[in-house]
Structures are given as C-alpha cells and as structure tokens.
Ligand binder design. Structure first.
Ligand code: TEU
Ligand code: CA
Length: 529
C-alpha cells in the first residue's frame, strides 16, 4: 500500500446526515452545532473520521444536494462560524472531517443558472447542457430528464430533480470553478471530500449512458491531480464503477480518487429504487470476495459500507429487523468490518435502526419518493403504493436520530421536527440500546476497537474460505504471521466446520462448544499456535 494511502487505512468513518443528526437550536432541523454537541458520542464509538452530507446554501429540494452557493452555509444548518467551530472541535478530538463535493449539478437557484437562462449569449449559458429538444430518452424523478425553461427558450438536462441542472463539464470554466470550490474547503481545513456521482460529470452520449464518458479520467485528474490535493482524501460515489475502471479511478499513481463507493452489493435485492426482488445473502459473499480480490491484487483501497442517506436500513432490506434485529445488525458489522478496506458506518446503523412504515405522503420528504407518489398514485393500489414506497424511500435513512425515548427522541426540543420520527423511536434509540444486554452499539464499539488493536484486520490479506457453501461467508485475514478467521452465518442454522487452533475474539452469540451456528451468528477468531 503506497504512502499516500497508509494513513487512511487506519480510519473508521461515520456518515452524518446533518438535517437528521441533532437539532441544537430547537427549530426542528438538525444543525452544525448539533454535530459539535455529539462529538463525545463519536469518540465513545471509536470513530476517527466523519463524512458530513451537504450543509451548503440550498433550497433543500434534494436534502441539500441541490446547491445554490458552494461557499456558503444554509441558514437552517447554522453559520460559517458554526462550521469552523465544529471542524476545530473534531480536529481537537482527533477526528478527520470530509465534506460532500457535488460537481455534477447545481440548484437552478444558483447564480450561474440564473445568468445562464437569461440569453443564449450569456457568459454562463454553456455552464449547463441546453438543447432545442430532448437529446435522448433519459428519465429523472419519473419524468423526462430534459426540462423546457421558458425564460431560456430551450431544454436543459437534469439527471435528478428538475431543480438540479447538470453542469457542462466540457466547459473548462466549469472545471476551473470546481477546482476553486475544492480549494476553498481545503483552505478551510477539511481533510477530504466525498464526491457526489462523480462518474456522471462526463456523460457517455455515444453509448447513451449518463456516466463514465470518454473524458472522465481527465476531468477527475484535473480536479485531484493537483499538488494541493496530494494529501486530500477523496471517495467517489461511482454507480458506474466496475472491475475495468476501478484501477483507473483509484490507482495511487493516477492523481484521481483515493477510493470509491461501488454499489454492486447494494442493488442485489431491488430491480429499481422502489421495486424489491428476491435475493440470497450468499450473493453478498460472492460480491465482497470479488471486490476484495480485485482491490487487493491491484493495491487499491476499498470502502466497507452497507448503509448511507440514500439506502434503506440493512437489517430491514437484507435480514431480519424483528426478533433477530441484534443478530442481523451485528452479523453485517462483522461481515463488513472484518474485511480489508475502510469502514463507513451510517448514523443509526450502530443501533440497528430499521425501516419505518407510513401511509401518508406527508410523512415523507425525499424528492424521489414524492415524485414516485405523484407518478403512480392513480396507477397502483393503495397497498401496493405504500409497500413500494416504504421499501425504497430514502427517508428510511433520514428519520431524525433517536438519542433517547424522550420528546422527539432527544433529537430536538422543538415542537415539530422537519421529518416524522421513526414510530419505534421509543424502543430503538441510543440510550435504550446502550442499556440493553444485547447492545448493537457495544458490539460496534468492540469491533472498531478490534480493528484498531489488530493490524491484520486493517492491513492483512483477504482469502475467501466459503467454498461452495451458500448459507454462510467465511474468510481469512493474514498479516506478518498473524491470522484471523471471520465467519458469518446467514438466516438458517448451519453446521460450519471451523479450522483448528481458533480462539474467538468477538461474537454475537454466547460462546459455546458446537459447530452449529445459529441464524445470523457471526464471530472473529484469532489463529493460535
Ligand atoms: O446519489 C446519486 C444516486 O445515484 C442515488 O440517488 C441514486 O440515484 C438512487 O439511490 C437510486 O439508485 C447522490 C446523492 O447521494 C443523493 O442523495 C442525491 O439525491 C443525488 O446524488 C443527486 O445529488
Ligand atoms: Ca436546528
């Protein structure tokens, strides 16, 4: 592993969605001072880096990913002073901070777009992608991705909400502006960036694909190949990442990204955002083993995640969020964080938050959900509509964090919260979980500490030991003579023959003399002798 990556290998990240983390001023919305307030909690968990989702000036039609000023703080999150205070407090606590970088599009409230639409010869016109008629059949939020703008007299491309206009990266002025945005936040002292849909900044028009176009690597290198970015951590959200382009995107000598989020495991149980499909957990093992092999063989960094602000809760999506919620949440933690890569934990995952279920659209905010509702409410039966919406809504990840069973779950002292709380918050909250005999928080804390105490888990090789088994995932880690074995049983009871000379160092069931693993039973063993 090259020097550039050395110091990132030891980090465990926690993703914060600011709107839903903690509301310090009681207006019902999470804010930057609320994050500062919870730094002791992050330290207790053993976190040493955070990814904070957008808090920039924005109409918030897409949870802040519709930015109208990249260098200003949206009032509801606080002030630039609040940001600096939070950043200094994080650094004083030994926690690195990466922020979201959203290069693919701006809000239509952005100065550039307001200028661009004024006339065809406005200097900002070609900051965006205009056409006299839709150039293709791309769809976004259940409608054409080409929206006619009366003032501009043309259509513009939006690959997300209609108020998120795609930037034209073929324009060198756009690329320069985006370098300046990065420099602004690096000068502010941030340690890196999570790069929102960065493989979409170059469209592949010829093959009718909205990402991974012919100049993608040039554009990413133009952003991050600069001296100023040499020690900046960058993780790209790349839905188009594959075995071929991962080396180009993240090779240490490329001057592109430090690592990526690739999503092959995420979409295994859905045909589309709102449409579930049958799947088997054994597919997870196969996918993880594949990516571990690729990244290991090419000396690339990998990211270990199963939740984020766009995804349903893993215990509900992929396992058992009822009587085996503890076992499910801790099995995924073992499966993921025993592997080679950088752990990313999403707020609430560490206490096993589940999906929620609502049957009124007023209980939802996510623009992908409300767009789906408008498009299908007269097409689908009520039951089917709510079944699909509650399966796929990104609000499953955005219900305000429940710290205790008190008013608003301790998220806010305000009268009303920006989004309806999870109905089970009195049962599933930080305080209740910590007090529970089967505490998911405590298990996460232990496995994070285990990684810190054992280089073999951070730097070791990965070898898949699952063989032909379909009902569990087993792998071996090895580093400088130290060996560990990780076993994750899936939903059914299994007889699993373990290698000899093992001593268990963590597990989610009481240790006992047997080779029968209970549902979702998982453990990590040290090889001794
Ligand atoms: O997500 C982009 C993205 O690809 C997902 O929203 C995807 O479209 C969805 O999960 C369906 O598969 C990023 C941000 O994470 C998301 O919150 C934003 O809405 C989006 O970009 C636009 O900025
Ligand atoms: Ca607030």
């Amino acid at each position: 592993m090259t020097e550039k990556y050395e110091n990132f290998l030891d980090l465990t990240f926690y993703q914060i969605y600011p709107r839903s983390f903690r509301d310090a001023n009681g207006d019902g919305t999470g804010d930057l001072r609320g994050i500062t307030e919870k730094i002791p909690y992050l330290k207790e968990l053993g976190i040493d880096a955070v990814w904070i989702s957008p808090f920039y000036k924005s109409p918030c039609n897409d949870g802040g990913y519709d930015i109208s000023d990249y260098r200003a703080i949206q009032a509801e999150f606080g002030t630039m002073e609040d940001f600096r205070e939070m950043l200094d407090a994080m650094h004083a606590s030994g926690i690195k901070v990466i922020v979201d970088f959203v290069p693919n599009h701006t809000s239509t409230e952005h100065f550039w777009f307001k200028e661009a639409r004024k006339s065809k010869d406005n200097p900002y016109r070609d900051f965006y992608i205009w056409a006299d008629k839709p150039r293709n059949d791309w769809v976004a939020c259940c409608e054409s991705a080409w929206k006619y703008d009366d003032v501009a007299g043309q259509y513009y491309l939006h690959c997300f909400d209609p108020t998120q206009a795609d930037l034209n990266w073929e324009n060198p002025r756009v690329r320069k502006e985006m370098c300046d945005v990065l420099d602004f936040w690096v000068d502010m002292g941030v340690d890196g960036f999570r790069c929102d849909v960065i493989d979409m900044i170059c469209k592949d028009w010829e093959n009718n694909r909205l990402n991974t176009g012919p100049h993608l690597h040039e554009y990413i290198n133009e952003l991050f190949g600069r001296e100023k970015m040499a020690h900046v951590f960058t993780v790209g959200e790349c839905w188009g990442a594959n075995v071929e382009n991962i080396r180009k995107l993240t090779g240490a000598d490329r001057g592109e990204l430090t690592t990526v989020f690739q999503f092959e495991h995420i979409n295994r149980n859905c045909k589309s955002r709102f449409e579930p499909k049958d799947f088997s957990l054994s597919e997870f093992g196969e996918i993880f083993a594949k990516w571990q092999k690729i990244t290991q063989e090419n000396d690339l960094l990998y990211t270990l995640f199963i939740e984020n602000h766009d995804l349903g809760r893993c215990v509900s999506r992929f396992a058992n969020d009822g009587e085996l919620r503890y076992e499910s949440a801790t099995m995924f933690a073992t499966m993921l964080y025993g592997m080679r890569g950088i752990p990313f934990i999403y707020q609430g995952q560490e206490i096993g938050v589940t999906n929620s279920y609502f049957e009124k659209i007023e209980d939802f905010d996510d623009m992908e959900t409300t767009a789906f509702y408008r498009a299908y409410k007269d097409v689908l039966s009520e039951d089917e509509m709510w079944r699909l919406i509650n399966f796929g809504s990104r609000d499953n990840a955005r219900r305000p964090m429940a710290w205790n069973s008190g008013k608003n779950g301790g998220f806010s002292e305000g009268e009303k919260t920006w989004l309806t709380l999870h109905p089970d918050y009195e049962k599933i909250n930080v305080e209740a979980d910590k007090a529970s005999e089967k505490s998911i928080f405590r298990y996460f804390k232990e496995i994070i500490a285990l990684r810190k105490a054992n280089e073999v888990l951070r730097r070791g090789t990965f070898k898949d030991m699952t063989g032909e088994a379909e009902n569990y995932f087993m792998y071996r880690r090895e580093y400088k003579g130290e060996e560990m074995v990780v076993v994750c049983n899936y939903e059914k009871e299994s007889r699993i023959a373990l290698p000899a000379n093992l001593v268990r160092v963590i597990g989610n069931y009481p240790e006992r003399e047997t080779d029968i693993f209970a549902p979702y039973e998982s453990a990590i063993y040290k090889v001794v002798g």
